[in-house]
Design a protein around this ligand. Structure first.
Ligand code: ZN
Length: 383
């Protein structure tokens, strides 16, 4: 039996599936048909992955991909395939008002798999600030949309910063938690510069809820004024609350990330929070954020897991998503190791240097191969 594609001879790495070795990956009908050494390549198109790393297609659990409706939105197919990302989750760009358009234009119009955390505000991110004010929140509408479109709307987004709530976040968080309980879907909450401290708002979160901007240097992050991890944060993790990177433009601090790692508190998931605004700096996107975590000392297996199987599980994706699994969807990223002198910056003007990083070489989405040229990994953020 022939394959539609064989990704041949790469170093296959998928810690969730226990894969770490030289294998071929055979693809048929958009699914992974076989993983093994010396697959029969007769009659099949072959992608030679010799010397390259073959990992599950990357899952970016926080990005902004609703262009034309929000000022910061980037087209998913403009930013994802050139960076190894096969699934992207929009972080609250759409509220209930613009969700029908998101389904028709963005989800249906993209080759990349697109999901969303639906904003608790009917306005979504169509305004720069103040979306979570009493007249704009729409818990009933969000609850209905989540039930009607569980295949796309995988959770509920709240930006808890004072700029977006106009005051304390606890009343809005209580409303969100009620919708989450009704729909059995997680909350995705943006922290940093909130009125209340994490000790006050984290107790409202449940197992499976996701806190993004884990390493934010802004007030009311996860550390106290002496740099120690807040006990409420550790308790939240023990209860099953997840902590996500959410790099963004103002939320990534090497200082905070290093303090969290030194206290035994790595992120559960790595996401980019990339938008049309941050893409020029972050291109090719999530992979740049993953390279920063490599520079911070996480192992390749830890970084891959945090950007593939972990977010897939947190999002409740179907079996095989975020993994290289026979029978699962053929979403694959092919990466090259680059050696040299590379420097990365952060939101506080700090820099870190590293001698190696990953470069995207090819992306396979549902069995379809996309080769990435050396100059292409940053093209067309706005589509
Ligand atoms: Zn965001």
């Amino acid at each position: 039996m022939t394959y539609d594609l064989v990704i041949a001879g790469g170093s296959v790495l998928d810690p969730a599936e226990g894969l770490d070795g030289r294998y071929d990956v055979g693809v048929r009908d958009g699914r992974i048909a076989d993983i093994g050494a010396g697959l029969d390549q007769a009659g099949a198109p072959v992608f030679d992955a010799g010397g390259l790393l073959v990992v599950p297609g990357l899952v970016d659990g926080h990005a902004h991909v609703y262009p034309g409706v929000t000022a910061m939105g980037a087209w998913p197919d403009g930013i994802c395939p050139n960076g190894g990302v096969t699934t992207v989750v929009d972080g609250g760009s759409a509220g209930t008002d613009a969700f029908p358009g998101f389904l028709r234009r963005v989800v249906a119009g993209s080759r990349t798999r697109v999901l969303c955390h639906l904003n608790l505000s009917r306005a979504g991110l169509t305004r720069e600030a103040g979306e979570l004010r009493p007249g704009l929140v729409d818990p009933d509408g969000v609850s209905a949309a989540l039930r009607e479109h569980p295949e796309v709307a995988v959770g509920i987004k709240l930006r808890l910063s004072q700029r977006f709530t106009g005051g304390p976040c606890l009343p809005m968080l209580r409303l969100g938690a009620k919708v989450a309980a009704e729909t059995d879907r997680p909350l995705h909450v943006h922290i940093g510069a909130t009125v209340e401290s994490p000790a006050e708002f984290l107790p409202l979160l449940s197992a499976g809820d996701i806190v993004t901007h884990y390493q934010t240097p802004r007030p009311h992050g996860l550390l106290d004024e002496h740099g120690a991890l807040l006990p409420a944060v550790r308790r939240a993790r023990e209860r099953g609350v997840l902590f996500d990177c959410g790099h963004g433009m103002t939320h990534f601090s090497f200082r905070v990330a290093e303090a969290l790692l030194a206290q035994g508190f790595p992120p559960d998931t790595i996401s980019s929070d990339v938008s049309a605004r941050s893409f020029p700096e972050l291109r090719p996107g999530l992979l740049t954020v993953m390279n920063k975590w490599l520079a911070l000392g996480l192992t390749p297996a830890e970084v891959i897991r945090a950007a593939t199987s972990r977010p897939a599980a947190a999002l409740g994706l179907d079996k095989g998503a975020g993994r290289l699994q026979v029978g699962g969807v053929a979403d694959v990223a092919v990466l090259a190791w680059e050696e040299g002198a590379f420097a990365y910056g952060d939101a506080e003007g700090a820099r870190r240097e590293t001698g190696r990083r990953w470069r995207p070489v090819a992306t396979v989405r549902a069995g379809r191969l996309h080769r990435i040229g050396p100059c292409e990994c940053g093209k067309a953020a706005r589509g």
